[in-house]
Design a protein around this ligand. Structure first.
Ligand code: RIB
Ligand code: CA
Length: 314
């Protein structure tokens, strides 16, 4: 399967990137960068540096949206710095990649890949859905041919993590997320309903620590920062949000899915909340599948083992 990751990198985005490189049968053909955990520029830089660190500097990184559809600029707030550090990757300083930034803007990059690979392509978006919405707006037919679109975002059966109702990625661009869900394209939503069940702790990364390479040291430091800081109440354990959205694209059988036509609340205190669309509630055809159950322990084991194998390869 060819894969594009759309990332607002972010520690768990970085872990999703490593997971993509670790998975057999997945060919990462590009990374598109979006604002979110960090600025768009920082996301581009983090992606390029991480790819170089992991021996994949040749994977193109395309630059995408710098802010939400309804905004004119963006700066990450305290909430993001607490979870991901000042540079998005736990304040870990990576050597600067010398690979050039891809000349094609993110949305065009995604659409070109959709036209070329169709059902052989998966797009996994783990930040605000702005790039994905832009790609659908650019060429809906091409995006409808994509084999799998999986997003990390939303909260259907549990409270939000940004507001009592809303998850952070959706909250960062509710209008774009609404556009994606209402486009009618088949989208798998991997939200807090399941990602809060998959947490990483020291015991899980112990085997990464045993590997003596710069890449292993960097990922250990990022994961450690994350599991100590992700939770607002100081409880240890970092939710493996973004890698789980990738898992849903490559291994949907590991999830219980609820078919539902989704939309996003864009007004009032519920702004950013993912809910069933009353206009399409009775339609026989449901465009979204919401992950509501996951084999959490098996996933954490698979994820940590795959990253350990990648790091051990050098
Ligand atoms: O709510 C969790 C999501 O917000 C994750 O994608 C994390 O990286 C941040 O973007
Ligand atoms: Ca993310």
């Amino acid at each position: 399967m060819k894969l594009i990751l759309d990332l607002d990198t972010g520690i768990d985005d970085a872990l999703a990137l490593a997971y993509a490189l670790a998975l057999p049968d997945v060919e990462l053909i590009g990374v598109t960068a979006v604002f979110g955990n960090v600025t768009r520029e920082r996301s581009v830089e983090n992606n390029r540096n991480l790819l170089a660190l992991l021996g994949a500097a040749g994977v193109p990184v395309a630059s995408g949206a710098a802010h939400a559809w309804a905004a004119e600029s963006y700066q990450p707030g305290e909430f993001k710095y607490r979870i991901h550090g000042g540079n998005g990757i736990g304040n870990v300083a990576l050597p600067a990649s010398t690979a050039p930034v891809c000349g094609t803007p993110a949305a065009e990059f995604i659409v070109e890949a959709a036209r070329r690979f169709g059902g052989g392509l998966a797009v996994v978006a783990t930040g605000p859905l702005t790039n994905l919405a832009d790609a659908i707006r650019l060429d809906r037919a091409a995006m409808a041919s994509v084999g799998a679109i999986s997003i990390m975002g939303g909260a259907l059966t549990v409270p939000g993590n940004r507001t009592p109702f809303a998850e952070a990625n959706i909250c960062d661009d509710p209008e774009a997320a609404k556009y994606v869900f209402e486009s009618g394209l088949p989208v798998t939503m991997v939200g807090l309903d399941v990602t809060m069940q998959t947490k990483i702790l020291e015991k899980d990364i112990a085997r990464w620590r045993a590997i003596d390479t710069p890449a292993a040291a960097a990922l250990v430091a990022m994961a450690e920062y994350y599991y100590k800081n992700e939770s607002e109440d100081g409880t240890l354990g970092g939710a493996i949000h973004d890698p789980l959205a990738l898992e849903a694209a490559v291994n949907p059988a590991a999830f219980s899915m609820l078919p539902v036509n989704l939309t996003v609340v864009t007004e009032g205190p519920g702004r950013g909340r993912t809910v069933g669309d009353m206009e399409r509630l009775c339609d026989a055809e449901k465009s979204a599948r919401v992950a509501v159950g996951v084999g959490a322990a098996a996933f954490v084991e698979k994820f940590c083992g795959a990253i350990a194998d990648l790091l051990a390869r050098g």
